[in-house]
Design a protein around this ligand. Structure first.
Ligand code: SF4
Length: 102
């Protein structure tokens, strides 16, 4: 029985560490996105284009991040330039114009 409780505690601790790591990564990605793309600094036209193309700093499709898009050019580890928007985007971002790199 003692062994069973220990396994439960170990499993719980493992889950807590995994969730904590995932949250830390998400927070870091969000912080990186905020530093890369400042939507408030963009004019209405730029913001409108991003809205129309459903741009997101974090892709809803892990298979299609900006970093794997043919229109993306990395400028740093946390930021890049999108040729469609002619502006910044995050490597983890996404929009409707995503096209695989050739
Ligand atoms: S076209 Fe869209 S998916 Fe491709 S780099 Fe630009 S924002 Fe990202």
């Amino acid at each position: 029985m003692v062994s069973s409780i220990s396994r439960r505690k170990l499993l719980l601790r493992t889950v807590q560490i995994s969730v904590g790591g995932a949250l830390a990564s998400a927070v870091a990605a969000t912080a990186g996105a905020a530093e890369c793309v400042d939507l408030k600094a963009m004019d209405a036209g730029e913001q409108s284009t991003r809205t129309e193309l459903h741009w997101a700093a974090m892709t809803p499709n892990p298979q299609q991040p900006c970093s794997k898009c043919g229109f993306f050019m990395a400028t740093s580890a946390d930021c890049g330039q999108c040729m469609i928007f002619n502006g910044p985007t995050t490597p983890s971002g996404h929009c409707d114009s995503w096209a695989a790199k050739s």
